[in-house]
Design a protein around this ligand. Structure first.
Ligand SMILES: C[S@@+](CC[C@H](N)C(=O)[O-])C[C@H]1O[C@@H](n2cnc3c(N)ncnc32)[C@H](O)[C@@H]1O
Length: 270
């Protein structure tokens, strides 16, 4: 539980998600939003866990198979089981990770965790103002923009509003990075007419999170594909999280209606 000395009145995406994951860094306002979400989508907690399992498989692929040695984790969230630097370091202890989040409390927690780690840092910035990230001297201490970079956008672009142009964010990143860089993302999805029952739950959840947090978009498949324009999407494509290269040794929780509402993909800049 967070110290009572700091008092946040508004719920935050990071702490609602932490509650859904079974973490301990949340307030009553966050738990209330999470409980409302669970009332609409009873498998939302398992969906959060499926997202963390996808993070582990995707990062493992990027380090072990694609040879990526440096990562920028955008919308990194509160430290959770299997942090990106821990996964990366299990394959390459020299891999460098920059955690970025626009929530100052998240950055403070990350900095506390990383105090003794010379390969990893945490930066307070907003993903919609990428120039501040790419121009930050602290980021340049860890990331060589002439070498392939792994950009991680797990469960964050659905917190970027349409008017803030999430596809513009990924397009800017693509232009800024050298060939061989990779982008991994997970994103809430609304299948619309293809599955009216799932779409109905997606719409109710979207309204709930948008009202409570100010953000939360369940995008169409076409909108999610737009985020990956100009990248080569690796097999098996943009798929439900559990279907992205499943690992029997690290199984994804099985989901009900959330299965088709949370998609993931890994892509490479050609
Ligand atoms: C649901 S959590 C995901 C955490 C982690 N990436 C994961 O998938 O396990 C979303 C995180 O994105 C952060 N976030 C939301 N909008 C952001 C923005 N515009 N710029 C940077 N971070 C943002 C939130 O503060 C939160 O920590």
């Amino acid at each position: 539980m967070i110290s009572a000395k700091t008092c946040f009145l508004a719920p935050s995406a990071a702490r609602v998600y932490d509650f859904l994951l079974g973490g301990k860094d949340h307030y009553a306002v966050d738990r209330e939003v999470a409980q409302q979400f669970l009332a609409v989508a009873p498998d939302a907690g398992r969906a959060a866990l499926a997202n963390r399992a996808f993070v582990r498989r995707a990062v493992r692929h990027l380090v072990a198979d694609a040879g990526i040695r440096q990562f920028i984790d955008l919308g990194a969230g509160l430290p959770a089981r299997g942090n990106v630097h821990e996964i990366a370091h299990s394959f390459d202890p020299g891999a460098r990770v920059v955690y970025v989040d626009n929530d100052p409390m998240v950055v403070a927690h990350s900095r506390a965790l990383l105090a003794d780690d010379a390969t990893t840092t945490a930066v307070h910035a907003d993903v919609v103002r990428l120039e501040e990230i790419v121009g930050d001297p602290e980021v340049h201490r860890f990331i060589d923009f002439d070498e392939p970079v792994g950009i991680l956008l797990f469960a964050v672009l659905h917190h970027v509003r349409d008017e803030d142009d999430p596809a513009g964010v990924t397009a800017t990143l693509r232009r800024a990075l050298p060939s061989g860089s990779h982008l991994a993302l997970s994103h809430f999805h609304n299948p619309a007419q293809a599955d009216p029952e799932v779409a109905s739950q997606a719409e109710t959840s979207e309204k709930l999170l948008s009202d409570a947090l100010g953000t939360g978009r369940w995008r169409s498949r076409a909108e999610i594909l737009d985020l990956l324009a100009g990248f080569d999407v690796l097999q098996p494509g943009v798929v439900p999280l559990a279907d992205w290269r499943p690992d029997p040794a690290d199984p994804s929780p099985s989901l009900d209606l959330m299965h088709h509402q949370f998609l993931g993909a890994v892509a490479r800049k050609p």
